[in-house]
Ligand binder design. Structure first.
Ligand code: ADP
Length: 239
């Protein structure tokens, strides 16, 4: 395996609040890693810095060895980093296929309109949604909105996919579908960093987990061990 992403001393301050405090970790290519921690511990801020939505106050991020800290979201997307958001960001009056075509424009592929639909259908098939391509996105059920969100992220042909509570709010049957979908990404060699509160999903998906508390990284290792770490248990009980 080789290193895809590395964070070194990554820090973000909002006024007097240090939301992310000197966090360092790296991801090997092909890993599926959980980023855990109580509410307000800084997880989403880390994702926002990796994906370029927030500039770091300090520290460094590299992708394939190249510094990406401080680059904007479109630039970072073109380098192979895609993400989902906690709130699904669909364009409800466009069709499902059109939503994915809109996402293609932000990715690494430059496509003529004539082939854009084929590419969109390819990504929709990968998430089991090709049959709904021509429906308005606003008519989708919740799990299908999640599928479309994932297809939009995949449209960027990412090497690294950041999932921000993508499994939240799914019922047990949908959760199994969602977990299987993420496993299929792993089979495709996509590296995944997922912020997630659903512990069953973390155990099923993440060989390794990183835990944050109050802006700091407090644990990083095999998920089964990390979840038993006394400092991690204390952090969750104190939430
Ligand atoms: P988590 O994702 O672990 O719940 P966040 O990264 O969302 O945590 O937030 C970490 C801390 O930073 C919280 O105290 C939050 O209120 C604060 N924070 C996040 N974004 C901003 C912002 N844009 N401006 C000011 N404070 C923020």
């Amino acid at each position: 395996m080789s290193e895809l992403l590395a964070l070194t001393g990554l820090t973000k301050r909002f006024g007097g609040l240090t939301a992310v405090n000197a966090v360092s970790f790296s991801l090997e290519r092909g890993e599926v890693v959980g980023l855990l921690g109580p509410n307000g511990s800084g997880k989403t801020t880390v994702l926002n810095m990796i994906s370029g939505f927030l500039p770091p106050t300090g520290g460094r991020i590299t992708l394939n060895g190249d510094a990406i800290s401080g680059l904007g979201p479109n630039h970072i997307a073109k380098m192979g980093v895609a993400r989902t958001f906690q709130l699904v960001r669909a364009l409800p009056s466009l069709t499902v296929a059109e939503n994915v075509i809109a996402a293609l424009a932000f990715g690494r592929q430059k496509l003529w309109d004539a082939v854009a639909r084929d590419a969109a259908l390819h990504h929709l098939s990968a998430v089991g949604l090709a049959g709904r391509a021509d429906q308005p996105a606003g008519s989708l059920t919740y799990i299908d909105q999640k599928r479309m969100e994932l297809a939009r992220a995949l449209a960027a042909e990412p090497e690294l996919l950041l999932l921000d509570e993508w499994l939240a709010g799914l019922n047990p049957t949908e959760l199994k579908t969602g977990i299987d979908l993420i496993l299929s990404l792993k089979d495709r060699g996509i590296t995944v960093l997922l912020v997630e509160h659903v512990m069953d999903a973390i155990r099923a998906l993440c060989g390794r987990s990183i835990v944050m508390n109050a802006g700091r990284k407090i644990a990083d290792g095999p998920t089964a061990e990390t979840l038993k770490d006394p400092e991690v248990v204390r952090a969750y009980l104190g939430d």
